[in-house]
Design a binder for this molecule. Structure first.
Ligand code: FPP
Length: 250
């Protein structure tokens, strides 16, 4: 692979927010006659490399799909291994996050996490809360349909309590009840491992997001792969439903 992709990036067109569906850990491990857990552990190295690259080039928000609502259906041994890996990684990396001025946040049904996982996560979130260079958002026990359903329930309660009128609901109202209310929508969504699906991830938020699919399995994903995705994104024209001519004056 060409090793100077970073220099080719247009520094004025770095996306603010990148979201990643980290897929392929299991297949990567299987190819090596290892169990799936080894794939997840190796995936942590990719997480670190990607976070480092993102910070270096000035990305402000990086959202990683670490555990979906549907992932609870995996064998208990794999779920336990993933959760324990998550807690270990969060504990181990809090210091590095602080050294690099990175704020950790999480979206998803965090109440469904085991107490210890939840506590460790909250601790790391608090310990990094005053950092400002980049926000790293972990999607945990997350699914977009869960998030939107949750938002609808909260809006319904507001209406019941006469705090909101049905006709006052607009797109901003819905956005404000999503877990991601505090973050801008991603400009770029990356999915690894050659699957062409969105898998219940940020459905509302990706309405205008550029999608990038790569066959690279997540444990093989490195900085260069991130640069490659951003370069691809930079060579596209985002029109938000407008014509190219209108865009020139936008
Ligand atoms: C998808 O691969 C990956 C996951 C379900 C978990 C992702 C978790 C990590 C990379 C490690 C922990 C993360 C952090 C942020 C510390 P898969 O198991 O679906 O692979 P397959 O499709 O090949 O089976």
């Amino acid at each position: 692979m060409i090793m100077n992709l970073k220099d080719k990036l247009d520094k004025n067109k770095i996306p603010n927010h990148i979201a990643i569906i980290m897929d392929g850990n299991g297949r990567w491990a299987k190819q090596r006659q290892h169990d799936r857990t080894f794939g997840h552990e190796s995936g942590v190295i990719s997480v670190k490399d990607t976070v480092e690259a993102a910070v270096e080039i000035g990305i402000k928000y990086l959202t990683l799909y670490a555990f979906s609502s549907e992932n609870w259906n995996r064998p208990k041994s794999e779920v336990d291994a993933l959760m324990s890996l998550l807690v270990r990684t969060i504990n181990h990396e809090t210091k590095t996050l602080n050294e690099n001025n990175i704020k950790l946040q999480a979206i998803g049904d965090l109440q469904s996490l085991e107490q210890q996982t939840y506590n460790e996560l909250q601790k790391a979130i608090e310990n990094t809360s005053s950092n400002s260079r980049m926000t790293l958002i972990l999607a945990l026990s997350y699914s977009s349909k869960w998030e939107i359903t949750n938002a609808v329930q909260q809006i319904a309660v507001k209406i019941k309590n006469n705090e909101l009128k049905a006709e006052e609901i607009n797109q901003d109202t819905i956005t404000s009840f999503l877990n991601t209310a505090a973050y801008p929508d991603p400009e770029l969504l990356i999915r690894t491992s050659g699957e062409f699906r969105v898998s219940n991830f940020l459905l509302w938020q990706i309405a205008y997001t550029e999608l990038y699919f790569t066959p690279v399995l997540w444990p093989d994903f490195r900085k260069e792969n991130l640069y490659e995705a951003i370069l691809d994104y930079q060579n596209r024209e985002r029109r938000f439903g407008m014509t190219s001519e209108q865009l020139l004056n936008f």
